[in-house]
Design a protein around this ligand. Structure first.
Ligand SMILES: [Zn+2]
Length: 278
């Protein structure tokens, strides 16, 4: 399944598709079970940390096979590819969607590399996402600039690159553990007025439920969620280890944390306007 087809509809509709960051088999399966329960499309995303832990030759076949076997549309998406070579490698390993993150580069350079990636992806029918402005990190060990997107620049960037989806910086921050992001709705409206491409929100764990609901009805079509699932897994695993001090079997220890990931994913799907309780 390709991102392009999914998010065109989401961009115009009153819902958005979650892109969940996964780090291996357990959380990927949990997310797909949630999607299947709601009969909703989903995006499985791997960030540089996930790929460093489980390199492309191993994680790509697992995720692409899970996507093939799922009863709902599943996109296998590269999150925050930082170079042309890295993004090209993900394409070669079967990702159906890639993000090039040139947000730390000067605008001209970001446009130039994004355009090359869009050209390469087009030859293989792969969808593309790129970032303009820069969504920063709450993690002090990650030194990235934080810069709101400028509507004129977003317009120029979308026109000149032909990218399928544009990640914008409108108030969110990566790795937030509390829902404390202040969304600049005025800025979002000004971007929407100028730009036709579907928009992507990063750092969405930090966004309050009522804001996510509102944003799902805007041109934001893809909402990236990582920290919320990692917290659900980690907290439940810690609990399991505390209540079963003699348990050593990882299959048994992971069972409840996988369920916790599924429940958190179900919650996010519903907030984003997907599934029965929407
Ligand atoms: Zn991101």
């Amino acid at each position: 399944m390709y991102l392009r087809e999914l998010i065109q509809d989401a961009s115009g509709g009153h819902y958005a598709i979650p892109a969940f960051n996964v780090f291996g088999y357990e959380d990927a399966v949990a997310v797909i079970r949630a999607a299947e329960e709601l009969d909703a499309p989903v995006i499985l995303a791997t960030n540089p940390g996930a790929v460093q832990h489980m390199p492309f030759p191993y994680i790509a076949p697992i995720l692409t096979r899970l996507a093939e076997d799922a009863t709902v549309p599943v996109v296998v998406h590269l999150d925050h590819g930082k170079s042309y070579e890295y993004v090209a490698m993900a394409m070669a390993y079967g990702y159906t969607s890639v993000m090039f993150d040139g947000s730390q580069l000067p605008l001209e350079e970001n446009i130039r590399v994004t355009r090359e990636i869009v050209r390469l992806a087009a030859m293989r029918g792969i969808s593309t996402e790129a970032e303009i402005g820069s969504v920063g990190y709450s993690d002090p060990s990650i030194q990235m600039k934080h810069e709101y997107s400028d509507p004129e620049e977003v317009f120029r960037f979308a026109e000149e690159t032909g990218v399928d989806a544009v990640a914008v910086s409108i108030g969110t921050v990566h790795r937030m553990e509390v829902q404390g992001a202040k969304i600049d709705y005025d800025l979002l409206s000004r971007i929407e007025a100028k730009v036709a491409a579907p928009l992507v929100l990063h750092g969405s764990t930090g966004v309050a439920d009522e804001d996510l609901r509102k944003l799902a009805a805007t041109r934001i079509a893809k909402v990236n969620i990582g920290t919320a699932l990692r917290m659900a897994f980690g907290k439940k695993l810690r609990h399991e280890m505390e209540i079963r001090p003699d348990e050593y079997d990882r299959i048994r220890l992971f069972s409840e944390p996988m369920e916790a990931v599924k429940q958190e994913a179900l919650h996010k799907f519903r907030i984003l306007g997907l599934g029965r309780d929407a």
